[in-house]
Ligand binder design. Structure first.
Ligand SMILES: [Zn+2]
Length: 422
């Protein structure tokens, strides 16, 4: 059992009792009610909140942080990202996953939706660092189904032999309509439907993706093209969704597709348009927030992402009432928990014990007129003092066991990778 003493919930001092993976009691002076072995956390000077959900990321890309910044998208991919990715070894992937998980935990993220190579290595690291997440087997065949077929065979094997750690879900990632053949998209559609799996895909990120799709598929947009393949459903989580027409949004709403907003990556890569938040919200489309990979962000801090998301919507619409702090915090916490079905996302008895203690003894947290406003607009992920996931303490008082070793080894991997291609 874990007892958090004297933290603050909804403006009031309280204790929180955690048993196994759930919050079992919220109240005052719980110490006197409990007996037996108990780990006590002093919550003085903190507020307790749900940990955050990163709706779209490519974890090991943290190793490419700061490499090839400020280049045009195509040059960035062909000259920097793809050549380095081609040289990454198993050790690089392991260190990339470790560094990303460390960074997410230190900035308050307890759950992530992954899209990257070697999901088995992600699961191996999740045995060491028990975050929650959706780990997706990636299918990307470069429009060549011969290569896609091999991936699909290994994918079937992966699902046959894998028992994920507690709190970890498995799904499939299709990279995009421009990097996946039609046959691979249809295979993914059928396999995920038979096995009731989620699909994680990049969709309508750039104007070029839309124009190329229209040219290749008889005038259909990427959303219309996927719809024509019967690919879209409430199991699909589509990242970016920036270049959408009204008819695309109608289809996404009708098919109950979840869309994932990645504002920092979109702005850094000059996507040239803002995510149509108000129009998607009006149609009731479920929305997540993600950082994308660290190579196009350059961090995994969802506090920063919440702020940028809200500012971008206000700036673009000319309406400061669009996307309030409360709305974006909900998208990054309870809204996401409901989409991923974790049973958490808020602090109540019976909820999953996925929570953070944020430090209120910081200058940017004073005054505490509106804590949600401070969380979204004033502070950063550095305010997170303690993170508990599934009833396990992953960080306490900003101490993460083995942090120095992860940082040092990941630096060595990154220096070698980037050095080799310069
Ligand atoms: Zn991405």
């Amino acid at each position: 059992m874990i007892l958090i003493e004297n933290t603050m919930l909804n403006g009031k001092g309280t204790d929180i009792l955690i048993h196994e993976n759930k919050i079992v009691r919220i109240g005052s002076d719980l110490q006197s009610e409990t007996t037996g072995d108990m780990q006590v956390i002093n919550g003085q000077g903190t507020a307790v909140l749900s940990s955050l959900f990163n709706g779209h990321t490519h974890s090991p890309m943290v190793l490419l942080r700061g490499f090839g910044d400020d280049l045009p998208l195509h040059q960035w991919l062909t000259d920097c990202i793809w050549p380095v990715e081609g040289q990454m070894t198993e050790e690089d992937y392991l260190m990339g996953y470790r560094l990303a998980f460390l960074e997410m935990i230190k900035s308050g993220t307890g759950f992530f939706n992954e899209m990257y190579m070697f999901p088995r290595l992600a699961l191996k690291v999740l045995e060491e660092i028990p975050m929650k997440g959706l780990v997706n087997y990636p299918i990307i065949d470069g429009l060549d189904w011969e290569s896609g077929k091999k991936q699909s065979e290994d994918c079937e094997l992966f699902f046959k032999e894998t028992i994920p750690p507690e709190g970890v879900q498995l799904g499939i990632a299709a990279h995009s309509i421009y990097a996946n053949s039609e046959s691979s998209l249809c295979w993914i559609r059928d396999f995920t439907s038979e096995n009731n799996l989620k699909i994680h895909i990049h969709l309508s990120e750039t104007e070029k993706e839309v124009e190329d799709c229209k040219a290749a598929h008889g005038g259909m947009s990427p959303v219309e093209y996927l719809h024509s393949l019967d690919f879209l459903s409430d199991r699909v989580l589509a990242a970016h969704c920036v270049w959408l027409s009204n008819s695309d949004m109608e289809i996404l709403a009708r098919m109950a597709v979840t869309v994932i907003h990645n504002p920092v990556s979109n702005m850094k890569l000059a996507t040239g348009r803002a995510f149509p938040y108000a129009q998607l919200k009006e149609r009731g489309v479920p929305i997540l927030l993600g950082t994308d990979g660290a190579a196009s962000n350059n961090n995994l801090d969802l506090f920063e992402e919440m702020k940028v998301a809200a500012l971008l919507q206000k700036h673009q619409s000319g309406d400061p009432t669009v996307m309030t702090a409360g709305e974006i915090f909900h998208i990054a916490s309870k809204g996401a928990a409901d989409i991923f079905g974790t049973g958490g996302g808020d602090i109540r008895e019976g909820a999953a014990a996925d929570l953070i203690l944020v430090d209120l003894d910081r200058p940017e947290m004073v005054p505490l007129t509106n804590i949600t406003s401070n969380l979204v607009y004033s502070t950063s992920g550095n305010c997170v003092r303690t993170l508990i996931s599934g009833g396990r303490i992953l960080m306490e008082n900003r101490m993460f066991e083995g942090e120095d070793e992860i940082r040092n080894k990941a630096s060595v991997c990154a220096a070698r990778l980037v050095g080799e291609t310069l």
